[in-house]
Design a protein. Sequence first.
Length: 145
Amino acid sequence: MKCSLSILVTTTVLAVVGCSQSNTETDSIAPVDFAMEVRPLLETNCLACHHGEVSMGGLNLQYRDGAFAASDRGTSIVPGDPDSSLIYTMTAIRHGKQDEVMPADGVMLTEAQRKLLHRWIKEGAHWPTGEDGVLKPLTIQPGKA
Ligand code: HEC
């Protein structure tokens, strides 16, 4: 039996790809975009219970007027003051009252989503008038986070 030994020299080329896509600079400077960021957040997480026919707690987030309305509990959006805005404060558990946390179906917003709402309200809670400011409840289940 003949055994042959072959030495295979493998040359590995390491391609170092610079993938530093740190957008921290733009993140902290660019104002929150209602159409791209806030609107989808509300449509995905809140509209099911807070639109036209189903305005739970009297809150209709489908229209600008409804979203900024006040109730016995307080005001849902106070531009510039997230901590007085129910739309923000009610997304956190306060005083251990889990049953008051929005969304009311058990899936809490992520920290990133809460921060986005906070920033948006702080920046003046820009909500366009007209068609651009009319939100639509989702008719399909969101397939992605
Ligand atoms: C599964 C249904 C459901 C979802 C989803 C939901 N809510 Fe609610 N929401 C309710 C109900 C029910 C009430 C009334 C609670 C009460 O009055 O005790 C309410 C009340 C509120 C109120 C208080 C209204 C007032 O002035 O008294 C706010 C603000 C609110 N929701 C914000 C949100 C936000 C923001 C989201 C999304 C992040 C959300 N909700 C998602 C069911 C829901």
